[in-house]
Design a binder for this molecule. Structure first.
Ligand SMILES: [Fe+2]
Length: 579
């Protein structure tokens, strides 16, 4: 089929067909961030998705049964049973609430409180599945740093050029870390080798409650530096709150207090990851773009054809997440330290404040000062993601060059203009800085916009979703809540650390949720099947796949020389946000 822009289309039914789509798709603003009111068959996943989901669910259930049997933990709710006929009925009808109840049962607290008696208790969640590498590494400082460079949330820290007023790091503190003993803080900062992760925005969150115990959320600040001779970035100071008079500064010299401080940092880091970076800025960022695309671009529109393969299953998984996962008493509420009501308000604020264009990967890395390989030599996420961004942009660029001869063609494309206006608008997608903040001005702007949509739906989601299994299913390596206040002094003991960690029902819930969400992989990035018939576009899609294959080999080679980071191997990235 020839490529026809709306301004050149002689199809007299085009406008009426779009009008029908606009009747079907609408926005729901109940939580301020827009989601679709309803989704349809065209928004669902291909047939291969569902069996993978069922397999993930079955593993979750059988491992949990085994854990309970082996440990003797008595949970408030039993693992439910169903007759084979009833189960077959739920599977047949794709009745997700019933399937989740059966396979991902909410077990409630454990009799006696379920407090850990030893750190080894947490390893007991791995019965029918292999224990993750975190079980061995979670106490190491370089693993802690690794979780910021290559973990589920490898895009939060930024370079600092001056010491923040409320975070009084000093040369004395800096030198307490062996790697910086003969270094100098001012020199390191001038050279761009000092970075912080600051969770000040989390002041909006209130602490929540566990059925048996109080739980806590924190607003820490973490400092890292890269040694003078290059090598790995390492943490050297953590302040567990925003005010230095209330929160002492801890360093790696502080033994259990340091371990607890790293824990409080992870609580903030991973709560922000789940609520904002993962849910808010991949799943819920793509959703209104799907709705606007269905409403404003005709199915024959070349941009519709380019981006909709990257929307497969997103509205379905988002609807499941919004109706179960994030509701009161469900997984997110159970796992994170913050009160659920405050999570929704925080999510709305962060999602609506998010600038689309500032977050184009090259812009985001530059804004945070983490783009430079000279000052930050080892940053797995950046190094792999930028290659994929560039390959995606090259593909999108070839595609758009084939469809639009000039900027004037873009400006005359009235469907595209209305689409971009709607994604930005208050009564539409509410996405700040989308293209021209009301329309699209040029081919270049359209290329960046579509690159960002495709990158967010595929690689960015993969980078924040799949490490949930590898890095977060073992609770001490990625706690989402604390169960005591932040460490008050350097005189903390192993028992204080155990008191800080969540109880075993949460360890179970965390394994169940993270393992399931990180185990369903459906479709492959760049695989468009026979979606395109134009020969030039087919060749461009082929070149994209060749680029991805080359990147795959390059990442494998990089992994021979670093702690392996496999989440951005192109063959493991799905086309869309579908889990
Ligand atoms: Fe996800």
């Amino acid at each position: 089929m020839a490529i026809i822009l709306p301004q050149n289309d002689t199809n007299t039914k085009r406008a009426a067909e779009l009008e029908t789509m606009r009747k079907d798709y609408a926005y729901n603003f109940e939580n301020e961030f827009p989601v679709g009111v309803k989704y349809y068959a065209r928004d669902m996943d291909g047939i291969a998705w569902y069996p993978k989901v069922l397999a993930g669910l079955a593993t979750a259930r059988s491992n949990v049964q085994e854990i309970l049997e082996k440990t003797g933990w008595k949970t408030k709710n039993p693992v439910p049973t169903l007759s084979p006929a009833a189960l077959a009925g739920y599977i047949e009808k794709k009745s997700f609430p019933d399937l989740f109840d059966y396979f991902l049962t909410e077990l409630g607290p454990i009799d006696g409180g379920g407090r850990p008696t030893a750190l080894e208790d947490y390893v007991k969640v791995f019965q029918k599945v292999k224990a993750t590498y975190c079980t061995e590494r979670f106490m190491d400082d370089d693993y802690f740093a690794h979780s910021f460079l290559a973990g589920p949330h490898a895009n939060l820290f930024g370079m600092i050029k001056a010491i923040p007023a409320n975070f009084p790091i000093s040369n004395e503190i800096f030198k307490k870390t062996a790697a910086f003993a003969s270094d100098d803080l001012a020199r390191a900062m001038n050279a761009g080798r000092v970075f912080i992760a600051d969770y000040k925005e989390m002041i909006d969150l209130q602490s929540g409650v566990h059925p048996v115990q109080k739980k806590y959320i924190y607003q820490p600040i973490v400092a890292f530096a890269v040694p003078e001779n290059g090598g790995k970035m390492l943490p050297f100071a953590i302040q567990c709150g925003q005010t230095p008079v209330d929160f002492p500064m801890f360093t790696p010299a502080d033994d259990w207090a340091w371990q607890m401080a790293k824990g409080t940092a992870w609580v903030a880091h991973y709560t922000y990851h789940e609520v904002i970076t993962h849910l808010g800025l991949t799943h819920l960022l793509i959703e209104p773009i799907v709705v606007a695309t269905r409403r404003q671009l005709h199915t024959s529109h070349p941009i519709y054809k380019l981006i909709t393969p990257h929307f497969e299953g997103t509205m379905l998984i988002n609807s499941l997440a919004m109706s179960s996962l994030v509701q009161d008493g469900q997984a997110v509420d159970r796992l994170v330290g913050s009160a659920n009501k405050s999570n929704f308000a925080f999510l709305a604020k962060q999602r609506l404040n998010y600038s689309f264009s500032e977050n184009y990967l090259p812009n985001r890395l530059k804004l945070k000062g983490v783009h430079d390989i000279k000052t930050l030599p080892q940053y797995h996420y950046r190094d792999d993601a930028i290659q994929i961004w560039n390959a995606t942009r090259a593909w999108v660029s070839r595609y758009i060059d084939r469809c639009y001869r000039s900027d004037a063609d873009v400006k005359a494309d009235f469907e595209l203009q209305v689409w971009a206006v709607e994604i930005n608008a208050k009564n539409g997608g509410r996405i700040r800085d989308f293209a021209a903040n009301g329309g699209v001005d040029s081919k270049d702007q359209l290329i960046d916009t579509c690159t960002m949509i495709i990158f967010t739906a595929g690689p960015q989601h993969a980078a924040v979703n799949f490490p949930q299994l590898t890095d977060m299913s073992f609770l001490p390596g990625g706690p989402l809540a604390g169960y005591r206040p932040a460490p008050e002094s350097t005189k903390m003991t192993k028992q204080d650390y155990l008191d800080f960690l969540p109880p075993m029902d949460i360890a179970l819930k965390q394994w169940q949720t993270m393992h399931f969400l990180g185990s369903v992989r459906h479709t492959t990035f760049g695989d468009y099947g026979d979606a395109f018939s134009d020969e030039v576009i087919k060749a461009a899609a082929g070149a994209f796949r060749t680029d991805l294959k080359r990147i795959e080999e390059e990442i494998k080679n990089k992994n021979l020389k670093r702690l392996a980071y496999e989440h951005l191997l192109p063959s493991l990235i799905p086309q869309s946000t579908n889990i």
